[in-house]
Design a protein around this ligand. Structure first.
Ligand code: ASP
Length: 347
């Protein structure tokens, strides 16, 4: 491995956007513009290479195929680099970071997603600081090992575990939050690593990738007045295998018979119904209230303190990987990449 080399993978997003001269709307531009705007990257003591995806996108256009492509690039270049920085639009960054955390097994190097709220060519851009800090973290080693051997998101002076992160603000430079897990590092004068929060569990072998994703899932967000026809229509989508039920508070849902019957019908026909809270922080605790206890009887699986983004990716990953629904349910209940907090797990 070349000593201290980092690969930047550019996928698109605001960080590299410029105004279209005709419409005035922001659209993705090439990586050279980014490199020009941050001449400081040449001053790092380590080597930096870049790779631009064949099609750079606004991340609202993201499809799971891009996750597979990113995994392939990382796998094919794994031995050449000590870390990876992925420049990505903020809109779906938390989904991509969650997806890659499940797709990359035995990862022992940093994969740092970052982007910006203002294009890097603009005077007040947040992209410059984000990119510089992301590069420094991707290159950071301790006794020859990566300081952060995880898929993470660097944004607004904080480093978060990717699958714990949510885009919480459409305007602030602190666009991302991790409500249920502490930051892995804070960026100030020094980069202050929170070592006790970083996953140093022993890796069991070489890097492996599993990129299959079964997209036969849906999200149903509960609201007062939700019509039974809506629930019926969603649970009857042909081929549906997984349903994320975004419930209230600690995983609560209506207790009326009609609603519960629909949910029970869905689980009876083999749809995995996954209970994720609408709240930003805190966990689903099925059984704490009568309104969630009934869901246990309907065969609903608890999402504990998972984010919706991580829930989507975990469900798609497990549905593709395991053909036996009992395996899917088993792994939904376990933290597989630190996406849920074991101490919050109750039966
Ligand atoms: N729409 C942009 C994107 O996600 C927003 C951003 O990058 O901040 O690609």
């Amino acid at each position: 491995m070349a000593d201290k080399s980092v690969l930047i993978i550019y996928t698109g997003g605001t960080i590299g956007m410029v105004n279209d001269p005709e419409t005035g709307a922001l659209c993705p531009f090439n990586f050279e513009e980014i490199a020009k705007a941050v001449p400081e990257i040449k001053e790092f003591s380590f080597h930096i290479d870049s790779y631009t995806l064949p099609e750079i996108i606004d991340s609202s256009d993201l499809q799971p195929a891009v996750w597979a492509e990113l995994c392939k690039i990382i796998r094919d270049n794994y031995d050449k680099y000590c870390g990876f920085v992925i420049l990505h639009g903020t809109d779906t960054m938390a989904y991509s970071a969650s997806a890659l955390s499940f797709m990359l097994n035995n990862l022992d190097k940093a994969v740092v997603f970052t982007g910006s709220q203002l294009p890097i060519g603009t005077i007040r851009t947040d992209g410059r600081e984000n990119l510089i800090a992301a590069l420094e973290i991707a290159a950071a080693t301790m006794d020859g090992k990566a300081v952060v051997p995880e898929v993470c998101i660097l944004f607004g002076a904080k480093l978060f575990r990717g699958n714990r992160t949510t885009k919480a603000d459409a305007e602030s430079f602190n666009a991302f939050q991790s409500f249920n897990y502490p930051p892995l590092a804070e960026i100030g004068i020094h980069i202050d690593y929170n070592y006790s929060a970083i996953d140093y569990s022993p890796r069991t072998g070489q890097l492996q990738t599993y990129t299959g994703m079964d997209t036969n899932i849906a999200i149903l967000k509960l609201f007062p007045g939700i019509r039974i026809e809506l629930i019926d229509a969603i649970t009857h989508i042909p081929g549906l295998k997984g349903l994320i039920l975004e419930t209230y508070g600690a995983g609560n849902a209506p207790t009326n018979e009609q609603f519960l019957t629909k949910i029970k019908e869905a689980t009876d026909k083999g749809i995995v119904v996954y209970n994720v809270t609408q709240c930003e922080g805190g966990a689903v605790e099925m059984g704490r209230y009568e309104t969630s206890r009934k869901m246990i009887n309907c065969g609903v699986i608890s999402g504990y303190d998972i984010t919706t983004e991580a829930a989507v990716c975990k469900l798609m990953h497990l549905l593709d990987k395991y053909k036996d629904i009992n395996d899917v349910k088993k792994y939904l209940n376990l933290p597989i990449k630190g996406e849920i907090t074991p101490k919050r797990i109750c039966s």
